[in-house]
Design a protein around this ligand. Structure first.
Ligand code: NAP
Ligand code: GCO
Length: 263
């Protein structure tokens, strides 16, 4: 089982202050990795540091917007100085804007693209030289159902996550020769702050229609939890996946395999 060990490894999880990123960082720490994470809000940062500490994890946190290349490079250099060269990068930080495309401004569209697609390029570009020096590395890009499917109001997000799927495959193609594996995790619908608006009860107390829709569309007949992503993340971050490259691992309870229940 030591093929799943991350002892001696240094992991950076972007957007690791809560939600999916926090769960993945917790799992990587549980497998032995030293953890660095970043976010934009000092309030989130301080709360996350306390939350990690409560789990016995001495995480190193950074206030850093992943779209700011200079800040990202400074963060990577500081991690190298205090924890060591980054072995594992999880490009998790992301946002969504749910706006009908004909009503979405170019600025709103661009902000989603900047964070969800360009930032994984920026952060990966900052960590790849160190991984090439090490002679190994793991990059995990957090994709989405929207890497494969569309739906109303999420045009920018789907464009970004579709692009992230191909960025993942291209990075895998370009850096496999350096023993760097680049894969994606495609979560299904996971209960986090990002999807809270899709689950909250209606003003009259009734169930959110999207909540019922997703449960019906999922063979597992439930929303995913952040814990559902922990094992897949450890697998793709560990030597157990050294010959897995360019793969998007969908952790979706079967949504992509299922046509849906007859009404
Ligand atoms: P979330 O609850 O909204 O958390 C997002 C995290 O990213 C927060 O820590 C946030 O902290 C950070 N962040 C956002 N923009 C950032 C930026 N520019 N620079 C640095 N940090 C930033 O989201 P989530 O549900 O955990 O999702 C995490 C990732 O999984 C995203 O890429 C999302 O697209 C993807 N995903 C989510 C689901 C789902 O159902 N929840 C499914 C598939 C994929 P600050 O606001 O403090 O910066
Ligand atoms: C939405 C949801 C989804 C999830 C996730 C699904 O509005 O449809 O936010 O996009 O976040 O990406 O995999």
């Amino acid at each position: 089982m030591n093929m799943f060990s991350l002892e001696g490894r240094v992991a950076l999880v972007t957007g690791g202050s809560y939600g999916i990123g926090f769960a993945i960082a917790k799992a990587l720490a549980g497998a032995g990795a030293r953890i660095a994470f970043n976010c934009r809000s000092n309030e989130h940062l301080q709360q996350a540091l306390a939350d990690y500490k409560a789990l016995g994890i001495e995480a190193r946190g950074y206030l850093c917007d992943v779209t700011h290349e200079e800040d990202v490079q400074k963060m990577v250099a500081d991690i190298r100085q205090h924890l060591g060269t980054i072995d594992i990068l999880v490009n998790n930080a992301g946002i969504i804007k749910r706006i009908p495309m004909h009503e979405m401004t170019v600025e709103e569209y661009q902000q989603v693209i900047d964070i969800d697609l360009t930032a994984p390029f920026i952060v990966s570009k900052a960590v790849l030289p160190g991984m090439m020096e090490l002679g190994h590395g793991k990059i995990i890009n957090i994709c989405s159902m929207m890497s494969e499917l569309g739906r109303e109001t999420v045009s920018a997000y789907a464009a970004a996550k579709g692009g992230l799927k191909m960025l993942t495959r291209n990075m895998a193609s370009e850096y496999g020769q350096y023993n760097i594996q680049v894969n994606g995790i495609g979560p299904g619908y996971i209960a986090t702050p990002q999807t809270a608006p899709l689950r909250e009860p209606q003003p009259d107390g009734s169930r959110h229609p999207f909540d019922a829709f997703i449960v019906a569309k999922t063979p597992a007949a439930r929303w995913g939890t952040t814990e559902d992503l922990e094992g897949p993340a450890v697998f793709l971050a560990s030597p157990a996946s050294d010959f897995v490259n360019g793969h998007i691992l969908y952790v979706d309870g079967g949504i992509l395999a299922y046509i849906g229940k007859q009404p």
